[in-house]
Design a protein around this ligand. Structure first.
Ligand SMILES: [Zn+2]
Length: 444
């Protein structure tokens, strides 16, 4: 069922008024609200953004609706406390409320015709991820039955990707054939590794009806490896532990906002830094009594689609791509911002490139590590040339060979990083920059 604009606006207003009126964490935000005399969009625009830094200043209980007792909810097993696996500064303690999460996931299936068919709600789903993100972690091998949870099978229990024992990839392929999932959900980098192994060894995996990619930025290289082995359509999902499912890829490749689950404010980057079609995404979640998120900045950037999508969906925002994390932005020597997705689009054109990691060391030097297939020297030369062209005059690019690249301690791969911090707020178009709430005002 598609909500009309009336329904969406009503829910936006309710989320704003409930959070400002009743939720402790937003007590100081009330002073920013211009009130019901202006449009709901203008009311949202006047509010601060909920950064992870700000979120960590409050206890989880400060985000619950009045009358809800966190300790009681935990005792009753209605909710759980979970920590996200980010770096120290953006690690957050979350209140996990399963019914709300499930509803947000179900709403995401409506945004993709293949998902609507394959995901029935009682379908079998195999999950290939780092157990730090979801699942069961163990350094000793667990039997299949120990990794089955209802209709889910967790294919990997090992945290360290580089120490997977011989036979681990074969076991995953064997279990896919045995379990026969309708949906295979995966970290794109992990599935890429499995697909390259299948190609090398000539094993043809069991074919699910749908592949969904979550938890990390899907590189075009990963997608290509997956498409070389699997016939199933790929649906990339964008969301977070805090915000649930926010955008989902439709059958034509655009990312559509889940207006059933959330509101998204798009704050374009200032034109002096980047294309104004790239911006910060602030997420307001609907109807989670245990956790009201208002203008939550998950730290990611999106790129607005240039026109309507061929699928015909027009509700909410349509993005042509998720552009990667703000902390993964780099700069050209001339000062223009380059997103992770822009680096990825440029390197995806290099034949024989299997994996990469780019590190901007200072304002003009860029160190690229590559894993290659075939003529390594030619791949190195082409990758270096592609980056020199992207970063422009003055860019000093070095390319080195690696046999494998390691994920971050969080278990996720970081394809691009810069040695200097990037403050998202200062990059936003000045007229749309959210005000700082009193908790973050500089102290003398
Ligand atoms: Zn579409």
């Amino acid at each position: 069922m598609t909500p009309g604009p009336g329904r969406f606006t009503t829910r936006c207003t309710a989320a704003l008024e409930q959070a400002l009126g009743d939720v402790a964490a937003y007590r100081t935000w009330r002073a920013f609200d211009p009130g019901s005399g202006v449009s709901v969009d203008a009311r949202y625009r006047a509010l601060p953004a909920l950064t992870k830094q700000l979120m960590n200043l409050h206890a989880p209980a400060a985000f619950a609706a009045p009358g809800l007792d966190l300790a009681q909810g935990l005792r009753a097993g209605e909710i759980e406390l979970v920590s996200t696996s980010g770096t120290t500064e953006d690690r957050i303690q979350n209140v996990w409320y399963q019914p709300w999460w499930d509803a947000s996931e179900r709403a995401s299936w409506e945004l993709n015709a293949h998902a609507r068919r394959a995901a029935t709600g009682d379908h079998r789903e195999a999950i290939l991820v780092n157990p730090l993100n979801v699942g069961i972690a163990s350094e000793v091998p667990l039997a299949l039955e120990q990794r089955r949870l209802g209709r889910f099978l967790y294919l990997n229990e090992r945290v360290d990707l580089l120490s997977w024992p011989d036979g681990h990839l074969d076991r995953i392929l064997d279990e896919l054939a045995l379990f026969r999932p309708a949906v295979l959900e995966a970290n794109p980098s992990y599935l890429s590794r499995l697909c390259r192994y299948a190609l090398r060894t000539g094993r043809r995996p069991f074919q699910p009806a749908l592949i969904t990619l979550t938890y990390e930025f899907p590189s075009l290289l990963h997608r290509r490896h997956i498409q070389a082995v699997f016939e199933a359509p790929i649906m990339s999902s964008y969301g977070s532990t805090e915000a649930g499912y926010v955008f989902s890829e439709c059958e034509h490749g655009c990312m559509h906002q889940s207006t059933e689950a959330c509101r998204v404010d798009f704050l374009p980057l200032a034109a002096e830094h980047a294309s104004p079609s790239v911006g910060v995404l602030l997420i307001t979640t609907f109807e989670n009594p245990w956790r009201a998120l208002l203008r939550f900045d998950a730290g990611d950037l999106g790129r607005l689609a240039t026109g309507p999508c061929r699928c015909g969906r027009t509700d909410g925002l349509t993005l042509s791509a998720i552009e990667g994390r703000t902390i993964n932005l780099t700069r050209t020597p001339a000062g223009a911002l380059v997103t992770q997705a822009e680096v990825d689009r440029c390197l995806a054109e290099v034949p024989g490139l299997e994996e990469y990691q780019l590190h901007q060391r200072d304002e003009r030097s860029y160190a690229l590590q590559v894993v290659t297939r075939g003529d390594a020297t030619a791949v190195q030369r082409r990758a270096g040339a592609a980056l020199r062209e992207r970063y422009g005059p003055g860019a000093e690019v070095t390319v080195s060979l690696a046999t494998a690249l390691a994920p971050e301690p969080s278990g996720k791969f970081r394809l691009v990083r810069a040695a200097f911090p990037m403050d998202a707020r200062s990059l936003v178009e000045p007229a749309l920059r959210p005000p700082l709430p009193p908790e973050l005002w500089p102290t003398r």
